[in-house]
Design a protein around this ligand. Structure first.
Ligand code: SOE
Length: 399
């Protein structure tokens, strides 16, 4: 695994927990943790349970005992590591968004398509597809329970940048992160809606906005948990968006509104998705991940209303592996589900989803939003050269 920040912790938890709760055809071995700083990487390896460490990701590509490279480092590093790892015959799991640009994502998707012909597979880490309630939303839509999907509204609301003295981190540097809220959390909303509805965002009108354009630089000599330093006296320029607003036309005739923001005061990690159909509606909030609101418009008028579905039955996606009904699961479980599906697909020799082709499509949506915002929010097609071959369209209803 390359990187050991927040996602490194979440992925490490999945490697340790998933094989104990799911029957896997192969057992993940937490072999080598790669990081830039030797001491910090060794400390992270000790904490999260990795057998060895390295400060050069190229070393693991030469290691014949390594089968898979998990990329959880900033977006600027994804393309070089993924392309080299696939060429070296390693399967790849890469955090989202796939890359920082469409050009990089295109190189990764081409490398993955070539590697797949050699039985080497790649997956991009849009984990929210694997929250049981979100997977269940897809199953309900695919079963026609909502009728014709007319509108989708997705918000991904965080508030960790509301304090204008919050320090600069790599996520606020376009060269490292590619974009701000748009790619970091807007990408999740886009992928989740396309996954749930089976419809693609074909055209978008976007507005990006940065409220706080300068922030204190991190003084890394002062260790502060979680940020890698404390706010120093120097200030740096924020080069990414704080907030992204998107209006979208979808391939199946629906229209959608999307919001991704780090300025939604009081909202901590609220990915909210509502799907409105001719026969019903579904609503989900990641801050209440075990619940789903279902409106069945076909019920008698005297019984109409949103019902709260507790998504903790053994019949619900993934849940049978965990606890008895009513015993809820959390944010980290979707990373275990992601790993389970990846290991099973690799062992079966089939393409895991979301694939790098799916990740490239999302990257094209993000790019179209950026170009739209720069051109006064004009409508821009996401796939001007025709639909990029996606793999998730072939994904069936979950088991
Ligand atoms: C943003 O803070 C973030 O960490 C995203 O980068 C993750 O993808 C999301 O799962 C939680 O929020």
């Amino acid at each position: 695994m390359v990187g050991h920040g927040f996602m490194g912790a979440a992925h490490s938890q999945a490697y340790r927990v998933a094989p104990r709760f799911f029957d896997l055809p192969r057992t993940p071995v937490m072999q080598t943790l790669v990081g830039r700083d030797g001491a910090a990487t060794r400390a992270a390896a000790d904490r999260w349970g990795w057998a060895s460490t390295s400060t050069d990701w190229r070393e693991v590509l030469d290691d014949p005992t390594i089968d898979l490279v998990d990329i959880v480092s900033p977006g600027s590093t994804h393309v070089d590591i993924a392309v080299a790892a696939l060429a070296a015959g390693k399967h790849v799991l890469c955090e989202k968004p796939l890359a920082n640009t469409v050009a990089e994502a295109t190189r990764m998707a081409e490398a993955a398509r070539d590697a797949a012909t050699r039985g080497v597979f790649a997956m991009v880490g849009f984990t929210y597809r694997r929250v049981p309630a979100v997977t269940h939303m897809r199953d309900l839509v695919a079963a026609g329970r909502l009728g014709t999907i007319r509108q989708v509204r997705a918000q991904y609301l965080q508030d960790w940048l509301v304090d204008e003295d919050g320090p600069m981190t790599w996520r606020l540097d376009k060269d490292l992160a590619g974009s701000g809220a748009l790619g970091d959390i807007g990408a999740h909303a886009v992928d989740a809606v396309e996954f749930i509805t089976g419809q693609r965002l074909d055209a978008v009108s976007g507005l990006l906005h940065t409220f706080v354009t300068e922030r204190p630089l991190l003084d890394t000599s002062v260790v502060q948990t979680g940020l890698g330093g404390a706010a120093g006296s120097e200030r740096g320029t924020v080069t990414v968006d704080d907030t992204a607003l998107i209006t979208a036309k979808l391939s199946g005739g629906a229209i959608g509104s999307f919001e991704a923001t780090r300025m939604a005061t009081g909202r901590k990690n609220a990915l909210r998705i509502e799907i409105s159909g001719s026969a019903g509606a579904l609503a989900f909030d990641l801050e209440r991940p075990n619940e789903l609101e279902l409106y069945d418009a076909t019920r008698p008028a005297t019984e109409l209303g949103f019902t709260r579905v507790l998504v903790t039955e053994p019949e619900h996606p993934y849940f049978a592996a965990w606890w008895p009904t009513g015993h809820t699961i959390g944010y980290e479980h979707a990373f275990s589900h992601q790993l389970v599906d990846l290991v099973r697909a690799v062992d079966a020799g089939v393409q895991p989803t979301p694939s790098f082709a799916d990740g490239l499509h999302v990257q094209r949506v993000l790019d179209a939003v950026e170009r739209s915002s720069a051109s006064g929010s004009a409508w821009i097609d996401t796939e001007p050269d025709g639909e990029s071959e996606r793999d998730s369209d072939h994904e069936g209803v979950s088991a």
